[in-house]
Write a protein that binds this ligand. Sequence first.
Ligand code: NAP
Length: 278
Amino acid sequence: MLTQTLSNGVKMPKVGLGVYKMTDEAEAIEAITTALEVGYRAIDTATLYANEKEVGKAIKASSVPREDIFITTKVWNTDQGYNETLRAFEKSLELLELDYLDSYLVHWPVPGKYADTYKAIERLYEEKLIRVPGVSNHHEEHLLELEKTANIKPVINQIECHPRLQQNELIAFCKARDIAVTAWGPLSRGRILSDEALIKMAQKYNKTAAQLILRWHLERDTIIIPKSVTPSRIKENFDVFDFELEKEDMEQIALYDSNGRTGANSSEPDFMSHFEGM
Ligand SMILES: NC(=O)c1ccc[n+]([C@@H]2O[C@H](COP(=O)([O-])OP(=O)(O)OC[C@H]3O[C@@H](n4cnc5c(N)ncnc54)[C@H](OP(=O)(O)O)[C@@H]3O)[C@@H](O)[C@H]2O)c1
């Protein structure tokens, strides 16, 4: 299992299973069980995904020891604020049936709240209830704002990243601060996988377009959390450790960068409108 050593010394698996949109209980448990059997040792959930209970059940039922699995969840926007976050964390632990979490992230930088939310995450870290404090969807301005109040810098920033949104500047900014980057939507939510040129490029390596893109992320030193409920794809997405992309293919993929964001842009003043009703 390939891991990345984070700034606080914790080792995080480079490839984890994302579980967004796995709301059917049997489907979620089957997907997580398959992933653990295949060798995945990281699961990425969130309160928003409404499946922390299923994640907990699948982990409990598996023969993999708890301490070998890196579990991430996130505090949802409507739970932000210092005391609210502490309460939300308790609820997540209860649903997951765990007594500590590997990583707890501020899901989005909710204006006026995210600094206090992160303060609560620092406290959870100091109390050893989480091993890795972090954030998600935080851009340069949010990270700079946190630097004013945080005693412990975020160890991880989870951001949307894929060939159509390569995030080179934000990744460089994070790297300069020793903040590890996790790419969410690493396959552009599946939208890029029918690209003929990428399919052709992947064939050179006897791989699929999904494997090619996941390998591209790894070569950029990014942690990835592809989501799939399909057993064959869960296996496929983990089979990315036995090849390397040629320089010219890395350069070709670099040309796909086209501001192809699929989610909200937290730098836009009204980005919270994206989450109305959520
Ligand atoms: N922090 C945040 O704000 C945030 C936001 C979004 C997501 N996330 C996290 O990031 C994870 C991944 O992102 P995502 O779920 O949005 O998108 P993704 O992983 O880029 O793509 C998932 C989609 O691609 C399909 N797929 C997966 N592997 C495939 C393969 N080998 N061949 C063909 N199709 C394949 C899946 O279909 P099937 O499932 O039908 O197989 C699904 O429709 C999430 O699950 C979540 O944990 C975080």
